[in-house]
Design a protein around this ligand. Structure first.
Ligand SMILES: Nc1ncnc2c1ncn2[C@@H]1O[C@H](COP(=O)(O)OP(=O)(O)OP(=O)(O)O)[C@@H](O)[C@H]1O
Ligand SMILES: Cc1ncc(COP(=O)(O)O)c(N)n1
Length: 269
């Protein structure tokens, strides 16, 4: 049996809750073989980001080539891409290796406020990478920056999703984690109709890396051949379980529980 394979192109979180580490844990839990291209080392913990150290352009290019020359990932996700140059490089290699199933999590700012994408790189993300995306998964502030509109209500979210599809992303998912109400509504758009993934907001400080984990789960499911809506639905259940069964690690905003979804599937909760 050929195992499904997925590649994540993202930053490293030494604390293990977000970035490359969250992606690999999620791939593994969903029975997908994971590979990585590291764009930057973010020194961080549950109290914040203490430093960001980008990998050299050559270092990233070589990782992409070493991956592309030998492996054929069934799906690829991007997380923290940090700069215009890195986005252009990823777009170039994407075309060169003819990869498929691109999931773009347009990581811009860490939960604590530290910038993870340079301001001037947002336009490059729009022109160079989003046109290749199978799905783009911004949170509300990211969707506002990408679309240039302010998002206050559900119809604004729908309009933002439409604009992402107009930019060339085949599907769009506007995540509602930054909602303030008791319900979280993620808006999924397939270019024709909308689906709403509604869940009760879990009251917890332990939401570090939720966006990374959610998009990694979508990537894993796409790698296994799921439809995009089915992938998002499974990923939503994965992130809900990961937030609900909290681990309580660290003094601040702790990581989610990447074991939770499979433990529930096995009836071990
Ligand atoms: N408190 C919560 N309760 C339930 N679900 C949540 C909660 N916080 C986040 N989620 C789920 O996780 C998804 C991703 O969260 P969010 O919108 O905060 O993404 P994000 O800001 O990209 O995350 P991060 O930057 O931490 O990786 C949300 O769309 C929602 O489905
Ligand atoms: C390497 C890396 N990638 C992404 C995030 C976003 O996660 P969060 O918004 O929860 O801090 C992060 N903190 N670090």
């Amino acid at each position: 049996m050929r195992i499904a394979q997925a590649l994540t192109i993202a930053g490293s979180d030494n604390g293990g809750g977000a970035g490359i580490q969250a992606d690999l844990k999620t791939f593994q839990e969903l029975s997908v073989y994971g590979m990585t291209v590291i764009t930057a080392i973010a020194a961080q913990n549950t109290t914040g980001v203490q430093g960001v150290f980008p990998i050299s352009y050559e270092g990233i290019a070589q990782q992409l080539d070493s991956t592309g020359d030998d492996f054929k990932p069934n799906a690829v996700k991007t997380g923290m891409l940090y700069s215009t140059e890195i986005i252009q490089l990823v777009a170039e290699k994407w075309r060169h290796y003819e990869w498929s199933n691109l999931v773009i999590d347009p990581v811009m700012v860490a939960k604590g406020g530290a910038p993870l994408l340079q301001q001037q790189a947002i336009q490059t993300l729009i022109t160079e990478l989003i046109p290749h995306a199978r799905i783009t998964t911004p949170n509300i502030p990211e969707a506002e920056l990408l679309t240039g509109m302010s998002i206050r209500n559900l119809s604004d979210r729908e309009e933002a999703a439409r604009r992402l599809v107009q930019m060339g992303s085949t599907y769009a998912l506007i995540k509602g984690g930054h909602d303030t109400g008791g319900m979280i509504v993620d808006v999924f758009y397939d270019g024709r109709s909308f689906h709403y993934l509604e869940n009760i907001r879990i009251v917890t400080p332990h939401t570090h890396g939720t966006g990374c984990t959610y998009s990694a789960a979508i990537t894993a499911e796409l790698a296994k051949g799921s439809s995009v809506l089915a992938a998002v639905t499974t990923a939503r259940a994965f992130i809900q379980a990961a937030i609900e069964d909290e681990l309580g690690i660290g003094a601040g905003h702790g990581p989610t529980n990447h074991f939770a979804y499979q433990r529930r599937q096995r009836g071990e909760r």
